[in-house]
Design a protein around this ligand. Sequence first.
Ligand code: NAG
Length: 497
Amino acid sequence: MRQSFQKDNRIVPLGIMLLTCIFFVYHFVLVRGSLDGLHMAAAPNTFFESSQHGNLDSDATANHAGEAVDEPVHNAIISPGFSAEPFTSSSPSHPPNGLTTDDVVLMFKTGATVLWKRVPIHMATTFSSHRINSDNLLLYSDYPETIGKWEFIDVLSNSSEQVRKSASFQLYLQQEDYESRQNYAELSNMPGDGTGPIGGWKLDKYKFLPMFQHAGRNKPNAKWYIFMEDDSYIFLPNLLRHLDKFNHKDPWYLGSLAWKHSDYFAHGGSGIALSRGAWEKSFGKDSRIVQKFEKFTEEHGCGDHVLGHVLHEYGVEFGETTDDDRFRYGFNSEAHWSAWYEPDNWCKPVYSWHHTHGKDVARYYEIEQTWDFEKSPLRYRDIYEALVAPYLRPRVEWWDNGASQYEIESGMAAGAEPPSSVKSTETWRSAWVSVDACEAACITWADCVQWASYDDRCKMDSRVSLGSGISESDSRRQTSLPWVSGWLPRRLEHWSC
Ligand SMILES: *[C@@H]1O[C@H](CO)[C@@H](O)[C@H](O)[C@H]1NC(C)=O
């Protein structure tokens, strides 16, 4: 008895020590956790200040519109890009030997007709040597150019005689003429799209297969081939952390889901990530892949679709066609100002924007440079706080914020069924009567965060989008009463992560 009591007596202080240790570790983890939380809350303020000077000028808006025209949205379905599951891998402890830009190749595609307008901003941002080593950067165009230390590869130079005969290839053949005449293509009075001679788009589809073939052959040690367009931006540190979750030896083909001619593919403008494993399974297996699909390329409109089709033929499937949650967010087919911010994507990381103006690229780069990716991924809510929230107002004239979820128009208002949280059906049904009535209807619906009103119409939405001001030259200024948009950003305060 006595002996065992003594034994127990020795165990008690040991137990207390152990318990103290457990409490210490527990406390430490808690404190660390809340510090990380603090950082996340504080960081966007930095961007808020730095983006104050950035104002939406009408020039930028006009250019956005112009570029939307010169690049038709060709994919039938663009992925909403989000799932209902919250982003779970926000662990700040990133493995020290995680994926870096030295492990990947960044493939950048432009074309002779747009290069001089779209590429310079990337020289000060995307191509920065502290961001990516020039050895890991491949620049593709349809005419060879050298700008400073940057070489643009003519990716069509090995095209077959057969392809050169096709009508959509004519622009490529004319590029020599501009060079020999020492004439600027943009000034040659050809019917064009405002950014150069017509036909740049038709030519574009021929670039995709030779480009991926070239990248894989010339950079065989790369783990990933990350493709982007000249009017896109990719948050590389965010994307690398995402790609690190996949084994690059497996065949991965990732991006934003698009669908055409019954093929699933990654939409080009949103950015594409192809693993080395996927390259070896397709381009690596067949050295004549470009020639083999020449006819297919000629008969179809879009290069990103051609790539997806070809990869599928070799057994490389687009990631998002599986049910895995890792694919359903991040790559965007539009710029931040026309994107939707909603509870589903609020806490998810953002990898790319498309249809960007040079000014957008400059601001994305600035955010990327100041963000601490070790602490937290850059999420949709961070972009919202930095680039959207500063421009929201209770009410602004000649602005289209894109609200579209519910539309109340005089002709159908009497039968309009409100969402269940709306208390007054009367308020809902009279939303079309005036700007005030539209705002009142939005307020009466608990989930409503923005509205837009014009003529006899009121539109309301439970998602936020900045949209843009309607410029003086826009035809809507002549044909309708003022478009008025408004937001209720206070309601976003309970969208939590
Ligand atoms: C064209 O072919 C040459 C010779 O095989 C090769 O060195 C070059 O990389 C090819 N160009 C492209 C864009 O694939």
